[in-house]
Design a protein around this ligand. Sequence first.
Ligand code: E4P
Length: 217
Amino acid sequence: MELYLDSANLEEIKKAVDLGVITGVTTNPSLVSQQGGSFKDLIREICSLVPKTGSVSAEVMGESWREMVKEAEEIRTWGEQVTIKLPLTPDGIKACTILSGEGIKTNLTLVFSVNQALLAARAGATFVSPFVGRLDDIGRNGIDLVAQIASIFDHYQLPTRIIAASIRHPQHVVDAALAGADIATIPYKVFRQMFDHPLTEVGIKRFKADWAKFKES
Ligand code: E4P
């Protein structure tokens, strides 16, 4: 399973990508709104940080498929990794069909059901993003949705890749991997938490102490 960073913060993206384990970034209008400057400059800067083979999701804001396609054709020119994020609405699906036909990468977002994921796959979406945490918030099981989509895409050999989104804690990352997600997109705080284990800290301290004794002897 690949790891993407779910962030529009350049400092976070720089620090995470620098470690060599992040292959893409997802943004959304809420994350972008927390940053300064223009959307275009931000996406261009993010693209300059992410591996050329990776993906940078940038969301369109139009409501009609015509507006979405027009926006997408501009946004895609901001970087070679740009993936157009489209909402799972009838207009978003039509825009996806058109953009997929033009070879433009797409990520269908705000996916909360298997049927929505199936529609995205039939429209040729590159990625589909089930929102795990937001489903958990309303008392449903977000990971079960990821597992159901993964099982169906696998059975029918559908090439659309699954991004487990709305990840809230490190266990979500483990569960997304076990459920068959292709990618988990992770907030910076959760990414940092993935490194932590008390036994790793204790182990480092003990090795250092033993090494110091050895050096003294
Ligand atoms: C990513 O594609 C989504 O926009 C993001 O994961 C949503 O996360 P949230 O539910 O924490 O806002």
